[in-house]
Design a protein around this ligand. Structure first.
Ligand code: SF4
Length: 269
C-alpha cells in the first residue's frame, strides 16, 4: 500500500545515492521498522535514531515536517488577515497556496479568481486546469510542486460585473510579505512566475512578457523562470505561443536535472 512517508524516504535515499559519493546508511532498527512497515514509530523517531549517520532521510523528513508546520502557522495568519479592508470584506475566503511544502519547484501566479475564491485553492479554474496539464507533461503532479499567488484574496469586483480584475500595485505590496515568507519556508530550487503581473508583484519590475520570458532571472538567489500565464494561452491558442511556454518549462526541467524524453522535447501544449 502506498505510504507518503515511505515514498519520501525512498526519494531522499535515491537523491543521496545519485548526488553523493557515500552510500546512504540507516541503522538496523530503522531498517527493521521500514521492512515491517512500522511507519508510525519511524515517524516519531528523532533523526539520530533513524540513521546512525546523522544524515539525510531523517533530517529531510523532519525538515519537510517543519516546513509544513511553519506554512500552517502562516496560513492561519493569512486566513484572518484584514490588511486590505475592501478585500477582506469581499472575499469568500483567503487562498493561501497548495502543494508540497518541500517542493523543488514553485509556481507563482497573480491572484485568485472567482473559482479559486470559492474553492480556497489557487489555479483551479480553466487556467488552473491548463497548468495541471502542463505539470503532467513535465511528469509532475500538482502535489509535487507548490503553487501560490502574490495576492491571497480575490480582487473585488463591482456586484453586477463578471470576470476578474488584476490586483493593484498597492494590493500586491500589502500582501507580498506573505509570499516572501512562503518562499523562505519552502526554499524551492526553481521559481516560475506566471505572467507580467506576478513578475511585478515579486520583483517590482514592469516589462512586457516578450522582454521577460524565456530566460533566467533570480529572486533572492533562486533561479526564476518567467513565462506566460496559462490564462493567456486560453485567450491565445496559437501553437507558437504554447510552444514558447513549453520551451520555458523544458528549461525548468533541465535546471532541475529532470530527465527529458525525446517525446517531451518535441511536445506542443
Ligand atoms: S490580499 Fe493579502 S494582505 Fe490583503 S487582506 Fe488579503 S491576505 Fe491580507
Amino acid at each position: 500500500m502506498a505510504h507518503p512517508d515511505l515514498d519520501f524516504v525512498i526519494a531522499a535515499l535515491e537523491r543521496i545515492r545519485e548526488k553523493s559519493d557515500r552510500a546512504p546508511r540507516a541503522s538496523r532498527t530503522a531498517l527493521a521498522r521500514l521492512k515491517a512497515g512500522d511507519f508510525v514509530s519511524l515517524s516519531v523517531m528523532t533523526t539520530p535514531a533513524l540513521t546512525e549517520h546523522p544524515s539525510p532521510p531523517g533530517r529531510q523528513l523532519q525538515a519537510a515536517r517543519n516546513k509544513a508546520d511553519l506554512l500552517a502557522g502562516l496560513r492561519e495568519r493569512v486566513r484572518v488577515c484584514t490588511k486590505c479592508g475592501h478585500l477582506a470584506c469581499s472575499r469568500t475566503q483567503t487562498v493561501f497556496g497548495v502543494g508540497n511544502p518541500d517542493a523543488d519547484l514553485m509556481f507563482i501566479g497573480e491572484a485568485p479568481g472567482a473559482d479559486e475564491d470559492q474553492q480556497g485553492e489557487p489555479f483551479v479554474g480553466r487556467a488552473g486546469q491548463l497548468l495541471t496539464r502542463i505539470l503532467k507533461a513535465m511528469n509532475f503532479a500538482r502535489e509535487d510542486v507548490y503553487i501560490a499567488n502574490i495576492l491571497k484574496c480575490r480582487p473585488d469586483m463591482p456586484e453586477v460585473s463578471f470576470g476578474n480584475r488584476p490586483p493593484t500595485p498597492t494590493e500586491m505590496q500589502t500582501c507580498r510579505p506573505y509570499l516572501v515568507e512562503q518562499i523562505e519556508i519552502i526554499q524551492p530550487s526553481v521559481l516560475v512566475a506566471l505572467g507580467a503581473v506576478a513578475v511585478e508583484g515579486l520583483l517590482g519590475t514592469r516589462a512586457t512578457m516578450r522582454e521577460l520570458r524565456g530566460r533566467w532571472h533570480t529572486y533572492n538567489s533562486i533561479p526564476l523562470m518567467i513565462t506566460y500565464h496559462p490564462a493567456y494561452l486560453l485567450r491565445n491558442q496559437a501553437p507558437s505561443e504554447k510552444r514558447k511556454v513549453w520551451e520555458d518549462m523544458l528549461q525548468v526541467m533541465e535546471r532541475l536535472e529532470r530527465p527529458i524524453s525525446e517525446r517531451q522535447r518535441n511536445y506542443f501544449l
